[in-house]
Design a protein around this ligand. Structure first.
Ligand code: COA
Length: 155
């Protein structure tokens, strides 16, 4: 990597198609049931909010969110494994919530596996509250796993 990129300050920027190979590498290391490149491509094509957090010119986190009818739906939030526990997830989530406010959403929603302790602690710490359960929402090693539905009031 060039010295210029290594020195570049951390920043958020919109995701682009050419980021997808790097994102897929992180995605596959982060989830047992990762999104495919096609899913990310569809999210970009339909105009969802797809953002990246970059440090020293490298992708350290990404987030995908749809916004419509006063509701934002956080669909993916992921931090590169070697960049975790340094506040990046909280920063990325804060960025998505700011974007949702700018789009005049009143509520942000997301689904999370009850077994995903790190994510639950992040979301609860940011002020998300449990508002429901989707039974058998996620694929799991044996059968399916429920999803907790979490909500955050933006107004
Ligand atoms: C969940 C995830 C996004 C958190 O990212 P992160 O950058 O490590 O999180 P942060 O450093 O910003 O942590 C923020 C808070 O979350 C909680 N937290 C995050 N990771 C944690 C862990 N492994 N164990 C316990 N608490 C954790 C803590 O409360 C932390 O606050 P603290 O540092 O003041 O204690 C990251 O673990 C990840 O990408 N996981 C895989 C993908 C995923 O599961 N995404 C969520 C799908 S719903």
């Amino acid at each position: 990597m060039s010295a210029i990129l290594k020195d570049s300050p951390p920043r958020f920027r919109p995701m682009r198609e050419r980021d997808l190979p790097g994102i897929i590498e992180i995605e596959e290391s982060a989830y047992d049931f990762p999104w495919t490149e096609g899913i990310f491509r569809d999210c970009l094509r339909v105009g969802y909010c797809c953002w990246i957090y970059e440090q020293a010119g490298a992708i350290t986190a990404y987030g995908v969110m749809s916004v419509g009818y006063g509701e934002a739906h956080i669909l993916n939030l992921c931090v590169r494994p070697d960049a975790r526990r340094g506040g990046v997830g909280r920063r990325m989530l804060g960025h998505l919530l700011d974007l949702a406010r700018r789009h005049h959403a009143e509520t942000a929603l997301l689904e999370v596996r009850p077994s995903n302790r790190a994510a639950l602690l992040l979301y609860h710490g940011m002020g998300f509250q449990e508002v429901g359960l989707r039974r058998g929402y996620y694929p799991a090693a044996r059968g399916r796993e429920d999803a907790l539905i979490l909500a955050y009031r933006l107004v």
